[in-house]
Design a protein around this ligand. Structure first.
Ligand code: CP
Ligand code: NVA
Length: 308
């Protein structure tokens, strides 16, 4: 049996940067054991999780609900019609009420600031299920996928191409944590969060593993990752973004210039925009392995946060 990581017990999981390198190694090992059926404990038996969704979700909602069930727990899922955080009642009041019913909160909120506020007023662990700033649970699953595929995260050169959004921010934190090279290619004006970049560079103790550029150069990539050009909440900007990002599509020509790269996408994809059918359905696409791994990465995370 794998011993729990003491540092994660009872904690929130807001961002990838909340983890230490040892936590990450442990979570990936545990996730692989859960996936292989070598770890079948029920640390959530008798516990109940609230899931708050202010935005639509397929993968996140289903993988958390299934994962909590497999760990022995139960869930109540609330959409934006239900709690109406900050509108029907303040975030602080909602957090203090939920605390009296449930053992943990999994929240997909529009604003990262609101998530921090929820976590501040909640005594129970809060897990970030995506905000406008970050998507750490997705990136945990992505690291699990790369670990399964290639076996040594430190040797990855992940090239992210597209919008400098929540996925890009979490990948930047992941590159610092796991020590792999990351190139983020965005059109001018769509850079990732500068504070996240600076923090990652300082965590990398001068190795400067994060490169930001608008030049499309991918030849030595081990993975090429993209995401939608207009995220949830940016639907009105979709036409303008299609224009700004038109040169940044992952198509077969781009994949041909990176012969050793797998193709990654968090999904949902806007086929024909950031990626062509040929690439996402092609032999180097690992997008469904990423989606599957949401379940195991999150089960490992919850097993640690709710250990003991
Ligand atoms: N990747 C992801 O988080 O998918 P959903 O938005 O469907 O949950
Ligand atoms: N960047 C996307 C990710 C969806 C999982 C969004 O925020 O809509």
């Amino acid at each position: 049996m794998i011993a729990p990581v003491i540092s994660l017990r009872g904690r929130d999981f807001i961002d990838v940067a909340d983890l230490e390198p040892g936590d990450l190694r442990h979570l990936l090992e545990l996730a692989r054991d859960i996936k292989a059926g070598r770890w079948t404990e029920k640390p959530l038996r008798g516990r109940h999780m609230a899931m708050l969704f202010q935005r639509p979700s397929h993968r996140t909602r289903v993988s958390f609900e299934v994962g909590i069930g497999r760990l022995g727990g139960a869930t109540t899922t609330l959409t934006s019609q239900d709690v109406q955080l900050g509108f029907r009642e303040s975030i602080a009041d909602a957090a203090r009420v939920l605390d009296r019913y449930v053992d943990g909160v999994i929240a997909r909120l529009r604003s990262h600031g609101d998530l921090l506020e929820l976590a501040r007023f909640s005594e129970k662990p809060v897990i970030n299920a995506l905000t406008d700033h970050s998507h750490p649970c997705q990136v945990l699953a992505d690291l699990l996928t790369l670990d399964e595929l290639h076996g040594d995260l430190a040797h990855e050169h992940l090239v992210y191409i597209g919008d400098g959004n929540n996925i890009a921010n979490s990948l930047i934190e992941a590159s610092a944590l796991a020590g792999f090279a990351l190139t983020v290619i965005t059109p001018p004006g769509y850079d990732p969060d500068q504070a996240v970049v600076e923090r990652a560079r300082s965590m990398n103790s001068g190795r400067h593993n994060v490169t930001l550029t608008s030049q499309i150069e991918v030849h030595d990539a081990t993975a090429i990752y993209t995401d939608v050009w207009a995220s949830m909440g940016q639907e009105d900007e979709r036409a303008a973004r299609q224009k700004a990002f038109s040169q940044y599509q992952v198509n077969q020509r781009l994949m041909d210039s990176a012969p050793n790269a797998v193709f990654m996408h968090c999904l949902p994809a806007h086929r024909g925009e950031e990626v062509t059918d040929e690439v996402i359905d092609g032999p180097r696409s690992v997008v469904f392995q990423q989606a599957e791994n949401r379940l195991y990465a999150q089960m490992a995370l919850m097993a640690e946060l709710f250990a003991g």
